[in-house]
Design a protein around this ligand. Structure first.
Ligand code: ZN
Length: 137
């Protein structure tokens, strides 16, 4: 598999409303989109640093994965997302063949219309890893 860049970092926050001013007023970034991804039970806020995005994640449900992550580990970095060059499905097939445990057996739609899939942190030294591709590029 060939990665082109770090597409985004996912950061779990209790409240977008409380977190966004830090990124805007202290770091000087601009929130350019807020999007709810219903099937992941999250509301996301996006910032850009060079080619890489920061994706803040607020849970929309106490049963959501972000809510349980914050309960166990507190706010902080939740996942790293790499952009893959030859398609998420190809990458999944390749790493599964190398014994990596997958959370998603097939790509699904994430925020911003990306095709995404997650690798299991048990196979990635504890870092929840997302592979993604922009189908419009
Ligand atoms: Zn992500």
């Amino acid at each position: 598999m060939e990665l082109s860049h770090i597409e985004h970092l996912g950061i779990a926050v209790k409240s977008l409303e409380e977190a966004i001013p830090y990124y805007e007023n202290i770091l000087g970034l601009k929130c350019y989109a807020i999007e709810e991804v219903a099937d992941q039970k999250v509301k996301t806020a996006f910032f850009k640093v060079g080619q890489t995005k920061i994706e803040l994640l607020e849970s929309t449900s106490p049963e959501g994965t972000i809510a349980s992550f914050i309960e166990k580990r507190g706010e902080g970095i939740h996942h790293i997302a790499f952009a893959v060059k030859d398609g998420v499905q190809n990458a999944l097939t390749e790493v599964e063949g190398k014994g990596v445990r997958l959370i998603d057996k097939a790509p699904r739609k994430g925020a911003e219309g990306l095709n995404i899939a997650f690798l299991h942190p048990k196979s990635t030294q504890g870092v929840l890893t997302e592979l993604c591709e922009n189908p419009n590029e």
